[in-house]
Design a protein around this ligand. Structure first.
Ligand code: ADP
Length: 194
């Protein structure tokens, strides 16, 4: 299996690139943010619980997020691989994912981390807020909190994969196609190396 963690701060372009990568490599895209938003739209219990955290730009508790992610993986028993987008966002999530995948006889192949400056992130998120109607993109304070949460709780997840030699940084500045080429190049190199 080819299991990729697409990593990077809010607004780095993970969702956009994930959509392109899944069709090129025939993978299943699991975006925890998208799954939460679908639950909010459907007014499920999970959506109600997640909404207050998301609107404030905080993380949804690990226990809830991990359970949800594992259920989504289990919904795709025939997948050739997954792109995890927005997960893991904490070290306990990374540990849980490792254990869960190990139980299925697989593992994370590589973490690809999109590198984008903070100034560019804020610009992109505010722009997306106008178009997407996402409340957490429209408010500068919430954006600042998401970046703070990323720096304090999520950035360390890179170390988890780095010590396993699975971490790779990708320049996230440029056109969508340029960044896609860089990501595809990294995946193709990985595939040649195994
Ligand atoms: P972005 O990366 O652009 O901030 P996402 O769509 O990935 O947006 O996530 C939106 C929100 O959903 C996050 O700010 C957080 O509240 C919640 N969320 C998404 N993934 C996770 C996760 N793995 N753990 C906890 N909360 C999450």
């Amino acid at each position: 299996m080819l299991n990729i963690v697409l990593f990077g701060p809010p607004g780095a372009g993970k969702g956009t690139q994930a959509e392109k990568l899944i069709s090129k490599y025939n993978l299943v895209h699991l975006s925890t943010g998208d799954i939460f938003r679908a639950n909010i739209k459907g007014a499920t219990d999970l959506g109600t619980l997640a909404k207050s955290y998301i609107d404030a730009g905080n993380l949804v508790p690990d226990e809830v997020t991990i359970k949800m992610l594992e259920a989504e993986v289990d919904k795709n028993p025939n997948a050739e691989g997954f792109i995890f987008d927005g997960f893991p966002r904490t070290t306990p999530q990374a540990e849980a994912l490792e254990k869960f995948l190990k139980g299925k006889g697989t593992t994370i192949s590589v973490m690809l981390a999109l590198d984008v400056s903070e100034q560019e992130l804020i610009k992109r998120l505010l722009l997306r807020g106008k178009a997407s109607g996402r409340a957490d993109d429209a408010n500068e304070e919430v954006i600042a909190n998401r970046i703070k949460v990323y720096n304090e709780q999520t950035a360390v997840v890179a170390d988890f994969y780095s010590v396993q030699n699975k971490f790779q940084k990708i320049d996230g500045i440029g056109s969508i196609d340029e960044i896609f080429e860089r990501l595809s190049g990294a995946i193709d190199n990985y595939k040649v190396s195994i």
